[in-house]
Design a protein. Sequence first.
Length: 308
Amino acid sequence: MEHRHCLSRARARIDAAIAPTSYGRLFPDLPPFTADESFLRALGRAGGLCDCGDANDDDASLGTEAAGWPFFGQFVAHDITADRSTPQPHVDPSRLRNARSPQLNLECLYGDGPVGHPFLFQRSDAAKLLTSPAGVDRVRARGTPESEVFGEAARELRWDYQTAVLREFLPSLVGADRVEDLLREGRRFYRPAADAFIPLEFADAAYRYGHSQIRHTYTVNSGAAPTAIFPDLIGFRPVPADRHVDWTLFFDATGHPPAQRAKKIDGRLVGALIALPVALTGECEVEAFHSLAVRDLERGQGVGLPSG
């Protein structure tokens, strides 16, 4: 991804935090889809319609997008939405609250900053994130007063991130022409009369497209063998040297061979997502709940989404 943005300091006022938002229906007049739970579980279980089997990643199963974009999309999802309600068969959408500010402001990266979440920052230099100190050095090199270094570096990283979403991620997902049309003509359907809300059709349906793009295996660096995402790459622990990520294998970069490609969006999930490990799901009384497909289907029905 290119390192550039074209946003001025005037843009900073847009980055001011807003209150957590609610969830709501984009098309409230459409009737909800209803089905027997056993039917949904049959669709999403191992061997069901949503299971793409154990075939290898090949030209027939892979799409045109680089393998890293679905993970970037998942990061965006966690940056703008967080429904922390207890999973239930049926949910009253009016009671759901989004614990994030849907502003693409890297809230899930910075937390409450060096004071509120000091464990995210270097002990020797509280302005620097443990994972991304370079931006702080660039800001200091310009002679920025020390009291402003963290805020300025965080602002510039947010702008770079927002530019990547607008100019790279969205065009790769929906096409450059559609993005330009939206920028030129504006929104057609999402027009909240009062406070902004997160459409359930987005959070619990359309934006779960990325689950279908996960490959069977990934090569994380030149010395690593192809590895399944779960349980091998589950995280929640220090990253061993043989699992350090070479990002040029996940995103196309100038001077490097093309990256691995993501799986096609086809409504089917690889085995690692059909049989999620207990470390992610916890102990499940219903075996089908180890399937992400089942969870997606039951969540959609639980919040009353329409079919189609």
